[in-house]
Design a protein around this ligand. Structure first.
Ligand code: NAD
Length: 474
């Protein structure tokens, strides 16, 4: 049992003022594995005060000093990669392919930001004026449970790169991962007050952070409904916002696609991280002319995906993160049936042989129209919808007919054609033919998938604001 009873303020692990606690469970076994003591608004006040004291010195650091800090953070994370993987597996249940990727990506976040800082023009000229890109002040960051330590790292990297200080409220369900990552970050020896972390719930610690007058910018990754509450709270003090939110991403299988290559990519995109991924390709758009062939392949290959314990390297789909999320996904499967969609595979309940753990069956609906709720709302579980289209123009129209615009996937035997389609899609990222993750590409969404972009110079732009000094006689 892990007892996490400290928060991190002003460079030290301290006992929080808040006294409530939150139980932690292993989603693959439903066993309790620990508890976290939650902070409260007073802890937020202390953390923001520490970050505010540290800000002037941090804002004055040179690019070289920031790069050195980012490199130390990268090395500290790499040194405990095994512990991070173990914590993510136990606490979150993610399959091995995902935990390995997450830890590697977390370390590379610091590396990518260091490269961006090196190339970024903090000093510029515009007309006859000298322009300086300035950090805004204390940053408040809030992370989701599905990729908690990755987002702690990326939000911290943006703060350091821009010369800001930060107070982070991580997902309360992910406290073991937070603790191990925090121990790494502490080892990196940042100046006191630059990084502060307060465990707590959204309504208590999260809202104290989003309402605090000394917080200049909120960087939030989580659901669209929570982002709307945060936006309202931030409005009063005109905080800047970077919002990375949900999605309902389309996977367009074009009529010339080689199904041997396309079907595994479509399933991998849809069921990534057991469907608990903001970028999951949860709407599979198929040409009506090849519908039956594609649907048969989707069924056969889904039924071959191994569901089970995250420690098994062959497992592609692990448990859902917690009991209430499992119930929520079950409700979505019922909604799909009630709306008239046809269950191709999966359905309610646990997969055979898995009586314990919050495992859901990988589920695909066919005969889905783009107006059904299962095609419009984010389910955040292993539940995909197949939507037929008539021609390329129809596929693009259906793909773009969404409240979201985070990511899209295009599968075709003709890369030029796929690129032409990609250029017509409203999405922050378009992945062609299963291209690998690019840690340097901007990340973020159109419409209700977010506001602003993260990564590299795009991420720095969102954390900085220009001050122009107008000089006489130039
Ligand atoms: P969530 O919105 O419920 O919670 C996210 C975080 O916000 C948590 O730390 C939570 O405690 C906090 N929070 C909740 N209510 C709050 C409030 N009123 N004020 C301040 N903070 C509050 O999301 P979740 O269930 O943890 O994560 C899943 C969601 O995150 C999905 O919608 C997913 O698409 C999204 N997500 C987006 C990205 C992206 O980069 N676009 C990445 C991962 C997850």
């Amino acid at each position: 049992m892990r007892i996490i009873d400290k928060v991190y303020i002003d460079g030290a692990f301290v006992t929080p003022h808040g006294t409530k606690s939150f139980e932690l469970f292993n989603p693959a076994t439903e066993e309790p594995i620990g508890s976290v003591r939650l902070g409260d608004a007073e802890d937020v006040r202390l953390a923001v005060a520490a970050a505010k004291r540290a800000f002037p010195a941090m804002a004055r650091t040179s690019q070289a000093e920031r790069i050195a800090m980012l490199h130390r953070l990268r090395d500290a994370v790499k040194a405990r990669a095994g512990d991070l993987v173990a914590a993510m597996t136990e606490e979150y249940g993610a399959p091995a392919y995902f935990t390995g990727f997450s830890v590697q990506n977390t370390a590379s976040t610091f590396e990518v930001m260091a490269a961006a800082v090196k190339d970024y023009a903090f000093e510029r000229t515009a007309g006859f004026s000298a322009v300086t890109m300035l950090p805004l002040g204390v940053v408040g960051a809030i992370t989701p449970w599905n990729s908690n330590f990755g987002f702690i790292a990326s939000k911290l990297a943006h703060a350091i790169g821009s010369g800001s200080t930060i107070v982070i409220k991580p997902a309360e369900q992910s406290a073991i991962q937070t603790q191990i990552l925090l121990e790494c970050l502490h080892e990196a020896g940042l100046p006191k007050g630059v990084l502060n972390i307060v465990n707590g719930t959204g309504p208590e610690v999260g809202s104290a952070l989003t309402a605090h007058p000394d917080v200049a910018l909120i960087t939030f990754t989580g659901s669209t409904p929570a982002a709307k509450i945060i936006q309202r709270s931030a409005l009063e003090t005109m905080k800047r916002l970077v919002l990375e939110l949900g999605g309902k991403s389309p996977t367009i299988i074009l009529d010339d696609a080689d199904l041997d290559a396309a079907i595994p990519v479509a399933l991998m995109s849809g069921f990534a991280n057991s469907g608990q991924a903001c970028v999951a390709g949860s709407r599979i758009l198929v040409p009506r002319s090849r519908r039956d062939e594609i649907v048969a392949r989707l069924k056969r290959e889904t039924e071959q995906l191994k569901v089970g314990l995250p420690s098994d390297p062959d497992v592609r789909i692990g448990p859902l993160a917690n009991a209430s999320h499992w119930e929520r996904v079950q409700r979505w499967i019922r909604i799909g049936r009630e709306e008239g969609a046809t269950l191709l595979t999966g359905g309610e309940g646990r997969p055979d042989g898995l009586e314990r753990g919050w495992f859901a069956k990988p589920t695909i609906f066919t005969d889905v129209t783009n107006t059904m709720r299962v095609a419009r709302e984010e389910i955040f579980g292993p539940v995909l919808s197949v939507i037929p289209y008539e021609d390329e123009a129809d596929a693009i129209a259906i793909a773009n007919d969404s409240d979201f615009g985070l990511q899209a996937y295009v599968l075709s035997s003709d890369e030029g054609r796929a690129l032409r389609v990609a250029r017509q899609l409203v999405a922050g990222r378009v992945v062609i033919n299963g291209a690998p993750h690019d840690p340097r590409a901007p990340f973020g969404g159109f419409r209700q998938s977010g506001l602003g972009r993260e990564i590299g110079s795009y991420g720095l732009d969102a954390f900085l604001e220009p001050r122009a000094v107008l000089l006489p006689g130039r």
